[in-house]
Design a protein around this ligand. Structure first.
Ligand SMILES: C[S@@+](CC[C@H](N)C(=O)[O-])C[C@H]1O[C@@H](n2cnc3c(N)ncnc32)[C@H](O)[C@@H]1O
Length: 206
């Protein structure tokens, strides 16, 4: 069955996110993606970084079905494992031992602003437990800087998110990075991306 979903933003942002990842990702090992959505990023990055294993995940069944369909459609079933059911707040995350042992980092794209603050807290807490010194956690999406929106369009986007769920919304980068510090990460880089987004690279330092 074909359950593939199409998230239009993935077509626009996958190349530039891939360019950021290419600076960080090592040739071998696994990368765990949290909140993989349709799975379009997952298959794209798996093809761009063929030496690694890209492990997708999502709490929503409809998304996990889409991810599996994309993996099959792209002929990647022998390379990519099926998506994991991970809801960041349900801890500990249930991940296979082989993934835990080969993990080089964790990536989450456009997730924390469509979730409440407890998801950011849980993302760092659990990532901090899974990752070792030198490994990375990369977030991509819109952020407020010093509690201010970086564009008018982000201000309107934030309002539209809060109308869907008043606990959702664009997070303030300083508070996100404070959470990272509590869990042994340092903020290594902030990279401005197209359409008023950022890639934030966190590195486990302790
Ligand atoms: C805006 S979509 C982004 C999907 C994909 N990363 C992309 O960029 O196209 C947000 C994703 O975060 C997932 N998500 C929401 N709450 C989550 C949670 N508590 N734990 C893990 N993922 C979550 C949703 O199911 C959805 O797939």
């Amino acid at each position: 069955m074909n359950y593939r979903l199409f998230f239009s933003a993935t077509q626009r942002n996958r190349d530039c996110i891939g360019d950021v990842l290419s600076r960080i990702i090592k040739k071998k090992g696994s990368v765990l993606e949290i909140g993989s959505g349709s799975g379009e990023h997952g298959v794209f990055f798996q093809k761009r970084f063929p030496g690694i294993i890209w492990q997708t995940s999502d709490p929503e069944l409809v998304h996990r079905k889409s991810i599996s369909s994309w993996i099959e459609y792209e002929g990647l079933t022998k390379k990519m494992p099926p998506p994991l059911e991970i809801d960041v707040v349900k801890i500990p995350w249930k991940i296979p031992l082989i993934l835990a042992q080969s993990l080089q980092g964790i990536v989450s794209i456009n997730m924390i602003h469509v979730a409440d603050w407890s998801c950011t807290v849980a993302l760092f807490r659990e990532s901090g437990k899974l990752l070792s010194k030198g490994q990375f956690l990369i977030l991509y999406g819109p952020f407020k800087i010093c509690n201010k929106h970086t564009s008018e369009s982000n201000y309107f986007f934030d309002n539209s998110l809060k109308m869907q769920n008043d606990l959702w919304g664009i997070k303030n980068l300083e508070e996100v990075s404070d959470e990272s510090k509590k869990n042994g990460f340092s903020q290594e880089d902030i990279i401005g991306m197209p359409a008023n987004n950022f890639s934030i690279i966190y590195r486990k330092v302790s």
